[in-house]
Structure formats: structure tokens, C-alpha cells
Design a protein around this ligand. Structure first.
Ligand SMILES: NC(=O)C1=CN([C@@H]2O[C@H](COP(=O)(O)OP(=O)(O)OC[C@H]3O[C@@H](n4cnc5c(N)ncnc54)[C@H](OP(=O)(O)O)[C@@H]3O)[C@@H](O)[C@H]2O)C=CC1
Ligand SMILES: CC(C)(CO)C(=O)C(=O)O
Length: 329
């Protein structure tokens, strides 16, 4: 089986390296990994030098060889090798999902039953992706693993978490092909577990998405504005009190929108993720530092839109939203 990884950023490089490392050591199955990057330069670098992975204990691994190509050349490359895709894992940001990427994904040579595993934080992307992919084959992956790309072929695993996967069912739709869906989810879980990622199957994946959103609306903008690592949020009373206030506003929105929330457990989860990913720079901080567009629209923006719909006041989240917009070039 071939796994096609789209996006050679922090999480994409981490997953490619961990999947390949498994294959090179214990996995006797025939799993192969192909990487698809935005630029030909990154693909060339990965092909010629492989990927360097620093794991959580500081151990280094050099993964070589790695098949890597620019996504724009997928049609040509796959026609030449005669291998169509069956499991595509998408590691781009919400901000990268534009009409060009959607069209490249739609044209990606693949089996009829191919799944698209989507790792994005925030909400909104599944609706966009369902326009070009059968929703029963769209797998939602919600992860608290953390990674930081240090250059185009080097990545550090900065935090251990867990990954929940499940099928996206848009409101009012029904999943017809239950057997196919189950086997796609099970095979994805097995691949992740073999690679060392703690993974759960969820039949309430939307609930997990909102649980994760609650974590991201607090950690991401705060770390990006304060320019600190996740663990540093817990080291000072003023930061903790800001986190609690942001949590309180978000909880009020969830209650108004009838999204399940357990205030004690969900708050503990936010603190736990800060601890488990303490040395990570959140993905939003990585964007702000690199002068890239952030995912604020899909994270805090989504919460604010929900708050507007249910007429709940969220002044602090509005301020975080404005501060992030103001801190980007
Ligand atoms: N980093 C983390 O610890 C975590 C991240 N997440 C979420 O996972 C998702 C990915 O995050 P992360 O890995 O940090 O993001 P990065 O910004 O590090 O990586 C995104 C990658 O996508 C590539 N890309 C963009 N457009 C295309 C395209 N058209 N074709 C091919 N590749 C493309 C970018 O290429 P280029 O570099 O050339 O621009 C970049 O390498 C986000 O939604 C994030 O919120 C979730 C949990 C933790
Ligand atoms: C889990 C966490 C908070 C790790 O930093 C993340 O989701 C992110 O950075 O976007």
C-alpha cells in the first residue's frame, strides 16, 4: 500500500518520517510513502537528502530514500509509475485550501475508494473538500501531536498527544457504504499505530473537532501574541487567568450552541495539552514568526461567528482575533 502525504510542513514531515521509519525497521508489510510538496525545490531536497527527524527524546533519525515530488506534477508522476493513490493524507493549513489545491486534489490519480485523511485544525475545510471528494471517504483526523519544521527536510517531534479519526457526515447526509468506511478508518488507525501514534476511532468525530477547537482558540492565539511556547502559558498567573477567561467565553458559546462541554474535563484537557506539548511553538506562533497567514479565521473566527449566531458576548476572543490580524505582515 502507498500512503500519499500532501504538504511537507511540520506535521507532514513528522508523519512521513515516522511512517517511513516503521517501514525501514519493523514493518514487513508493503507500505510505501510518497511526499507531495508545493515547491519543486523542497521535493528535490527531500529526494536527494531524505528527512531528518529528531524525536521526543532528542534521538536523531535519518530517513532515506524518500520519494518526493511537487504536487502539481502528480498526474505525470503517477502515470509514469502506474501507481494510483489509495490513501492520501492532507497536511496543509486551512489557509492553503484554495481553488487551485482543490482542483489538484480532484485530479490526483486515485482508486475509486481512495480516502483523504484531513489533519487541519479549526473548522470549514471539510465542507470545501466535500465538493471534490465523496464525503464517506473523507476521514477527519484530530490530533494533539506537535511538531516543528526546522528547515525543508528537518523536523522535531515536539509533543506527544493522541489522534482521533472518524468519518465526516455532513448534516442531513447518510453514510451508505458502512463497510468501506469502517475498513478505511481501521486501516488508517493501524498505519498510525504502527508508526507510533496513539490513535482512537471515534464515532463522534465532530465532537472531537469541537473539543480540539476549544484547545486551539485558547493556546494558538495566546502563544502567538505572547510569542511563547505552549508550556510557558502555565508558568505565570496572568497567563493562566487569560486562558481561563478565554475558556469561559468559549464555554458559553458551546452551551448556547448545544455543543457538548464538560467544563472541568475540558479545562483540564487544555492544561494537559500545554504540558504534553510544552516545548512546542503552536502552529499559529510558527506562522506569525514566519510572516505567514494564520488559521485565525478557521479557529477564533469560527468561534466568533458561532457567538454571533447565538448572541453570546466574546470580547476577549474578538480582541485575540484582532491582535493576530494586526501582528501579521
Ligand atoms: N504543527 C503542529 O504541531 C500541529 C498542527 N496542526 C494542524 O495541522 C495542519 C498542518 O499544520 P503544520 O504542519 O504545522 O503546517 P505547516 O505550515 O508547517 O505546513 C503546511 C505545508 O503545506 C504545504 N502546502 C501549502 N500549499 C500546498 C500545495 N498547494 N501543495 C502542496 N503542499 C502545500 C506548505 O508548503 P510551503 O512550506 O512550501 O509553503 C507547508 O509545507 C494545520 O491545520 C495545523 O493547524 C494540528 C496539530 C498540531
Ligand atoms: C496541539 C497544538 C496546540 C500543539 O501546539 C496544536 O494543535 C497547534 O499547534 O496547532
Amino acid at each position: 500500500m502507498v500512503i500519499d502525504i500532501i504538504g511537507g510542513g511540520s506535521l507532514g514531515l513528522l508523519h512521513a518520517a515516522m511512517l517511513m521509519r516503521t517501514r525501514n525497521s519493523i514493518d514487513s508489510s508493503n507500505t510505501k510513502v510518497r511526499m507531495w510538496t508545493r515547491t519543486p525545490e523542497q521535493a528535490e531536497l527531500i529526494r536527494s537528502q531524505g528527512i531528518h527527524l529528531e524525536d521526543l527524546d532528542g534521538r536523531q533519525a535519518h530517513i532515506y530514500p524518500v520519494h518526493a515530488y511537487p504536487l502539481a506534477e502528480a498526474g505525470e508522476v503517477l502515470e509514469r509509475t502506474g501507481m494510483r493513490a489509495s490513501s492520501i493524507w492532507l497536511f496543509v493549513k486551512q489557509t492553503h485550501i484554495d481553488s487551485e489545491l482543490l482542483s489538484q486534489l480532484e485530479k490526483f490519480p486515485r482508486e475509486q475508494t481512495a480516502s483523504l485523511v484531513c489533519y487541519q485544525n479549526g473548522v470549514g475545510h471539510m465542507e470545501a473538500l466535500s465538493a471534490i471528494w465523496p464525503h464517506e471517504q473523507l476521514i477527519w483526523a484530530v490530533t494533539t501531536e506537535a511538531a516543528k519544521r526546522v528547515n525543508c527536510n528537518e523536523v522535531v517531534h515536539t509533543g506527544h498527544g493522541h489522534t482521533s479519526i472518524g468519518i465526516w457526515e455532513p448534516a442531513g447526509s447518510r453514510t451508505e457504504q458502512k463497510e468501506l468506511v469502517n475498513s478505511l478508518c481501521l486501516s488508517t488507525k493501524k498505519l498510525l499505530e504502527n508508526a507510533g501514534f496513539q490513535t482512537f476511532l471515534s464515532n463522534n468525530i465532530e465532537g472531537m473537532v469541537y473539543q480540539k477547537l476549544l484547545i486551539n482558540v485558547i493556546i494558538n492565539p495566546l502563544t502567538a501574541v505572547l510569542r511563547i511556547k505552549n508550556g510557558q502559558l502555565l508558568l505565570q498567573e496572568d497567563r493562566l487567568s487569560l486562558m481561563k477567561d478565554l475558556f469561559g467565553e468559549a464555554a458559553a458559546v458551546y452551551r448556547a450552541a448545544h455543543i457538548s462541554i464538560d467544563e472541568e474535563k475540558d479545562w483540564e484537557r487544555v492544561v494537559q495539552v500545554c504540558r504534553m506539548t510544552s516545548s512546542n511553538s503552536s502552529s499559529m506562533l510558527q506562522d506569525v514568526e514566519a510572516g505567514r497567514r494564520t488559521e485565525i479565521e478557521a479557529i477564533t473566527g469560527a468561534l466568533i461567528r458561532m457567538a454571533d449566531r447565538y448572541e453570546v458576548a466574546v470580547p476577549l476572543h474578538r480582541m485575540m482575533y484582532r491582535l493576530i490580524l494586526a501582528s501579521c505582515e
